[in-house]
Ligand binder design. Structure first.
Ligand SMILES: *[C@@H]1O[C@H](CO)[C@@H](O)[C@H](O)[C@H]1NC(C)=O
Ligand SMILES: *[C@@H]1O[C@H](CO)[C@@H](O)[C@H](O)[C@H]1NC(C)=O
Ligand SMILES: *[C@@H]1O[C@H](CO)[C@@H](O)[C@H](O)[C@H]1NC(C)=O
Ligand SMILES: *[C@@H]1O[C@H](CO)[C@@H](O)[C@H](O)[C@H]1NC(C)=O
Ligand SMILES: *[C@@H]1O[C@H](CO)[C@@H](O)[C@H](O)[C@H]1NC(C)=O
Ligand SMILES: *[C@@H]1O[C@H](CO)[C@@H](O)[C@H](O)[C@H]1NC(C)=O
Ligand SMILES: [Fe+2]
Length: 632
């Protein structure tokens, strides 16, 4: 592990982006990743959890001060803004830090303890949204006691205050608190995210606001340019502290999520551009509007057109102002986001297959994440899957009993994002994009033969007409197929135990082309596999009968990277220990291009093509043969 000193010297010298790159790639880097076995090491902790906020005490110092400005943000309707925070403290020390709190009166927030007893001493019962060390941009802070920090804030329904702490992260003492600052309209509708509805001609728009239905009526105004617009109503959901399963989501990580609205835009024409904006109609008749956005509707299932899909997992979130980042928690998150942003015109739909913000029970992070992906998700359908960092919690109905969700037990994910599942608490669903049919499984719920999900997976795979939709894709967050990741190798399974044992027969029977997974933070592609064997010696250009499924780990969306085992797995064709994503391009019913791109440069590092006719899918191979009769 690098020392804080080296980290922060680099921090100071380089811009944020360069920092992410350097610190995470320099000498410190290999030791960082080598010690990653999943959950025991500091890189795998939500940075906000490093602050012992429950131990914080108030120790205001009469000549310490924190000044924040400007006082009013977003005067032109912006939902992000930069602010300057000036510190003065006559007894500075190296480990002083500044926390960003929202709402601003954080000291007055209700303390909620799991035991039911409130603490005796005055205490702070809510974690900051983010933090920086006081010396972040002025290394002479320790001698002068003066520094100016700059933070980027996003509109998240409440005002903000900045508090200077001494005592480091372990024994925090508030020495000064800033004036509050606020966005002009904290309740404004923000961060729209598109997703397919249950029908091919339906797009859903989900967003967050501070307006409950007793204050304003939420809706979306939408239509084609030059035609009169439609208005569609939206449903409103929220969730409470009581629906969280444990700490920190239920304690210091809790933050009011506001209101989550979803509107269903129906009877869309295929491949057509639509404009939309969000409105909240107040009861005196005036409307609070969002910005104007646009999207292209999806093709009719089976229709031939150029169709391009992006898929990755485990992207996480990161702060552009450099807050929280010393831990390298999701060091690649912004480079992936930015790479996808720079190529917006060249893909049509995005699948983020689980582990989205890694909020881990610090609920403010859901706003950070939805804000980070907004420029993508507001114009492309952004389809998500459920990961352990969304769902996993003991005794909460999931398949795993780990505490990876930090007490969220799936509630924020199932509310913040729409997926066309029958029941969003069971996060599996199918969706179509023209010649693609996707079966998105939920590896946080039992998938084994005999389970409800297994029956659904079979139904999803069986329901596709391959002459119309030749490209059949299976996906789940955890690796249910094949991975040479070190911790799976140590278990000797090279997969999530009981994954392929149960599902392989379905992939084989229904001739799934490609199965995608996240969870393991790297990239790996296998040969076409049947019964654990490579069935095709070809590496780059597949044609002829479909007799095996290609398994792809694409969990390098941004989180700290996972190591490969040194064991040489026979089925592994390409491994990359870096951040990246996959792009699939269907040119027509007989030609598919697969490309793996690194996030850092957007260039293709691995690729293959599939070229085939419909009869190659029908052809009898292995046990996928329909019974025949000699009767005539
Ligand atoms: C800033 O403070 C951190 C946290 O205490 C410390 O590790 C680091 O060395 C300091 N950086 C500089 C440039 O003084
Ligand atoms: C926080 O609340 C405590 C207890 O009510 C009070 O003593 C203290 O002055 C407050 N501190 C600030 C910074 O408002
Ligand atoms: C409606 O109420 C809002 C908020 O109170 C106010 O800003 C707006 O001017 C009012 N509009 C009309 C038409 O009265
Ligand atoms: C699988 O199909 C490919 C392409 O048709 C063929 O070359 C290969 O021999 C087949 N493998 C097996 C084991 O049948
Ligand atoms: C399908 O697309 C590929 C790649 O563009 C092209 O080479 C091929 O001729 C097309 N096939 C048909 C049947 O249109
Ligand atoms: C795909 O990979 C091959 C082999 O690495 C390379 O020669 C080819 O240029 C790549 N094609 C595309 C379209 O990226
Ligand atoms: Fe995961």
């Amino acid at each position: 592990m690098p020392t804080m000193k080296t980290l922060f010297t680099v921090f100071f010298l380089l811009s944020i982006k360069a920092f992410l790159w350097r610190v995470c790639h320099a000498s410190s880097y290999s030791s960082l990743i080598r010690s990653d076995f999943g959950r025991r090491y500091p890189t795998d902790e939500q940075p906000l959890s490093k602050i012992a906020i429950h131990k914080a005490v108030i120790a205001l110092h009469e000549s310490a001060s924190v000044q924040a400005g400007p006082l009013l943000l977003g005067l032109k309707g912006e939902d992000t803004a930069w602010v300057n925070v000036e510190l003065k403290y006559p007894e500075p020390s190296e480990n002083d830090w500044v926390g960003v709190f929202s709402p601003a009166n954080f000291n007055a927030s209700d303390c909620y303890s799991e035991s039911g007893k409130s603490h005796e001493a005055p205490c702070i019962c809510t974690a900051p949204i983010k933090y920086k060390f006081a010396n972040h941009s002025s290394s002479n802070y320790v001698t002068t006691g003066k520094a100016t920090l700059s933070f980027q804030l996003i509109n998240q329904r409440a005002d903000f205050a900045f508090a200077l702490f001494s005592g480091g992260l372990e024994n925090p003492k508030v020495v000064a608190v800033s004036n509050p600052i606020s966005f002009a309209n904290p309740k404004a509708p923000v961060y729209p995210r598109l997703a397919h509805g249950k029908a091919w001609d339906e797009m859903t728009v989900t967003w967050t606001s501070g307006y409950n239905i007793d204050e304003a009526v939420p809706f979306v105004e939408w239509g084609q340019t030059g035609r009169s617009p439609n208005q569609s109503p939206a449903g409103t959901l929220t969730f409470t502290r009581g629906s969280m399963c444990g700490p920190p989501a239920r304690t210091v990580g809790w933050r009011d999520p506001g209101f989550i609205h979803t509107s269903f835009l129906k009877e869309l024409w295929p491949n057509t551009m639509y404009n939309y904006r969000i409105g909240h109609m107040l009861f005196n008749g005036s409307v609070i509007w969002s910005k104007m956005y646009s999207f292209k509707s999806s093709p009719f299932p089976g229709q031939s057109s150029l169709q391009r899909v992006i898929i990755f997992g485990d992207m996480g979130t990161a702060e552009r102002d450099g807050s929280n980042e010393y831990a390298c928690y999701q060091p690649g998150s912004l480079i992936t986001t930015d790479q996808l942003l720079s190529d917006l015109d060249n893909y049509d739909i995005v699948f983020h297959i689980g582990d989205m913000p890694y909020a881990n029970g610090y609920l403010s992070q859901w706003d950070q994440f939805t804000a980070q992906v907004e420029p993508i998700a507001s114009i492309k359908p952004y389809m998500v899957a459920s990961g352990n960092h969304e769902r996993s919690w003991p005794n909460s109905g999931g398949f795993y009993a780990t505490k990876d969700s930090g007490g969220e037990c799936g509630v924020p994910a199932e509310t913040m994002y729409y997926v066309p599942a029958e029941n969003r608490a069971k996060f599996w669903y199918s969706t179509d994009y023209g010649m693609f049919h996707f079966c998105i499984a939920d590896s946080e719920h039992d998938w084994r033969e005999g389970s409800e999900q297994y029956a659904w997976i079979e139904k999803c795979l069986a329901s596709v007409d391959r002459k119309k939709q030749p490209w059949l894709i299976f996906s789940a967050h955890r690796v249910l197929g094949y991975s040479s990741n070190s911790w799976y190798a140590m278990e000797g399974s090279f997969e999530e135990p009981m994954g392929r044992e149960h599902l392989q027969k379905l992939w084989q029977k229904y001739k799934v082309d490609i199965a995608f997974y996240g969870h393991v933070h790297n990239y790996e592609r296998t040969c076409p596999i049947y019964q654990n064997q490579c069935v095709n010696p070809e590496r780059y250009s597949y044609s002829g009968t479909v007799n095996g499924t290609i398994h792809v780990v694409v969990g390098g969306g941004g989180s700290h990277l996972s190591d490969f085992t040194e064991i040489n797995t026979i089925w592994s064709l390409y491994k990359d220990h870096d951040w990246g994503f996959v792009k699939l391009t269907a040119f027509n019913h007989s030609s598919l291009l697969f490309e793996y791109k690194k996030s850092r440069d957007g260039l293709v590092y691995d690729n293959f093509t599939i070229s085939r006719d419909y009869r190659d899918v029908l052809a009898c191979v292995h046990d996928g043969c329909e019974p025949t009769t000699l009767a005539s």
